[in-house]
Design a protein around this ligand. Structure first.
Ligand SMILES: [Zn+2]
Ligand SMILES: [Zn+2]
Length: 345
């Protein structure tokens, strides 16, 4: 089969490889759509990901398609089933899983290989994080379940609804999903970013106001909050020390900051702990998704509350993946690209 193989830093090649062999409990899907993702870009730039992918390796993790083969012992799925798989599954047995915090699982099992004609979904993911895609839903839309599930978790604790205000700092694909979801919950949303085209997209996604982060983020954002007192929820989706500090300065008394973007290890910022104490600021983060948020994300897509088509900027055949990744890495305006192995060049 044809598949993308990550060989190292900015080196992805589409090659002829063996169709993955199935272990007991696995399923094989014929990939209809694999979506590009910010995580893939990070890995592409670096050439590896310590926890998720060490080259040479199959690449890509947001896939939807049709089951074409079943491993031994699979009796709840059938050939021909339309499915979408999350890119990981928790073990269910470690102390974090027992504490019902599966995103912190000590043995989170990841798979890669979505950019291929066929994708092997490992048994544990089949058991815990493989979902049916109803006929009425396109594979393209269904494939966005994984990143959306991370965003769903990102706002879950903030108790959002009408009357709440949200600031989203960073307008990459994830930032835009936060904007769309907060709007779907009826919130007033302000977005901050650098790239003017992306800020225009933020507006199109429903942001009530946007600010360009080039100068004075705090002094620009605060006046856009009710009474200039700050926002109920601030999502830091840019991943920099300055934006993290700004996030803490524009959160309202009693509000919450989600440091959603992963900063490099060792990144330190200044925190006004007096404010944290006297104003009961909730400073925290969410990482990854859970089986529960994966299901909630599919529900949001099915109900039409979130329309993944708005996040897909192009459709490309598999052969074009190296060029697509190179383009996205240059910081183009592309959002998510739907890579479709079945699409003729
Ligand atoms: Zn992803
Ligand atoms: Zn676990």
């Amino acid at each position: 089969m044809k598949a993308a193989v990550l060989h190292g830093k900015e080196d992805v090649r589409v090659e002829e490889v063996d169709v993955p062999a199935l272990e007991p409990g696995d399923v094989l899907i014929e990939t209809d759509t694999a979506l590009t993702c910010g995580t893939d870009l990070k890995v592409y730039r670096r050439g590896y990901h310590a926890r998720m992918i060490v080259p040479p390796a199959l690449f890509g993790h947001e896939a939807a398609g049709t089951i074409v083969a079943l491993g031994d012992g699979v009796d709840e799925w059938f050939e021909g089933d339309r499915v979408v798989a999350a890119n990981s599954a928790p073990c269910g047995e470690c102390e974090y899983c027992r504490e019902r915090r599966p995103s912190l699982c000590e043995d989170l099992l990841f798979w890669n290989g979505a950019y291929a004609e066929y994708t092997r979904i490992p048994a544990r993911v089949v058991r815990k994080n493989l979902l049916v895609v109803p006929k009425a839903l396109s594979f393209e839309k269904a494939a966005m379940v994984e990143p959306l599930a991370c965003v769903v978790r990102g706002i879950a604790a903030a108790n959002l609804g009408p009357g709440r205000t949200v600031a989203v700092i960073g307008v990459g694909g994830i930032g835009l999903m936060f904007i769309a979801l907060a709007r779907a919950k009826g919130c007033h949303v302000v977005a901050a970013g650098r790239n003017p085209e992306r800020l225009a997209r933020a507006k199109a996604m429903g942001a009530d106001a946007v600010v360009s982060g080039e100068r004075g983020l705090v002094s620009q954002l605060l006046p856009l909050s009710p009474g200039e007192k700050g926002f109920h929820l601030v999502v830091e989706a840019a991943g920099q020390a300055e934006t993290a500090e700004a996030a803490m300065r524009v959160v309202r008394k009693g509000g919450m900051v989600n440091f959603f973007a992963g900063c490099p290890a060792g990144t330190e910022v200044r925190v006004d702990v007096a404010r944290v104490h006297y104003e009961e600021l909730a400073l925290g983060a969410t990482f990854h998704h859970t089986p529960e948020s994966i299901r909630e994300a599919l529900g949001l897509i099915l109900s039409g509350a979130i329309d993944p088509e708005r996040f897909i900027s192009a459709r490309e055949p598999l052969d074009r993946l190296p060029a697509v990744l190179a383009g996205l890495a240059q910081g183009g305006d592309g959002l998510k690209v739907a890579v479709k192995p079945g699409l003729a060049r």
